[in-house]
Design a protein around this ligand. Sequence first.
Ligand code: ADP
Ligand code: ADP
Ligand code: ZN
Length: 218
Amino acid sequence: MIVILLGPPGAGKGTQAQTIAKTRGIVQLSTGDMLRAAVKAGTEVGKQADAIMKSGGLVSDDIVIRIIADRIQEPDCANGFLLDGFPRTLPQAVGLDTLLEKTGKPLDVVVEIKVDDTALIDRITGRYTCAKCGTGYHDTFKTPKVENTCDACGSHEFSRRADDNAETVKSRLMAYYRETAPLIGYYFAKGKLKSIDGMAKIDEVERQLNTVLDAAAA
Ligand code: ADP
Ligand code: ADP
Ligand code: ZN
């Protein structure tokens, strides 16, 4: 199935996408992760994206649409995929519509994860990930079972994102409200939108998400 997770930075898209990808066997496609990999590898795209990402702005529609267009043609996407952090603007949503029309596979559902703005700052400033496998954690809301040891791979190395600071978060939230929030209306009008309560505990959000996905798959 083809699913979009929609929500502001820190809403829990990545956290839920990681679990759902594992339990339902569909590929997680995070444009944020792909862009960070491009920056790290020093590719042309990475060079263009680096400063924009550090400032909390949005990378150009052309670049991200091209990244997704290439990625969804890979064989592992044949059984469907879960988009996390894409689309983020109306032109990206229209670009995705065009791509899906070409493949002949319909978008199943867009799940909006609703979270209070005040909670987002705490979520983002406390976020860190396993440097080896990318599993996400939080200083207070999701700590590893054994201190300083990744639950998934046992690594002791963790990293924090350069843009996960209180200052950049404000620009990212602004970009969300200006560019991304209109997509809620766009997908509602298309009859694709479902909303879940992202203020609930991680397990409860997962349960709600699974209920929505089960209904969409039926
Ligand atoms: P996004 O991908 O939407 O930016 P993440 O999934 O990275 O958000 O979550 C941001 C931070 O908040 C992470 O540190 C994560 O562990 C934590 N988090 C995610 N979901 C919840 C939740 N329901 N309650 C509390 N903390 C959460
Ligand atoms: P979060 O979910 O915490 O907002 P992401 O990892 O999704 O973070 O994105 C990090 C940064 O990468 C964004 O602030 C933006 O600069 C860039 N980015 C990711 N996805 C897109 C996209 N679809 N369009 C434009 N920029 C993007
Ligand atoms: Zn790990």
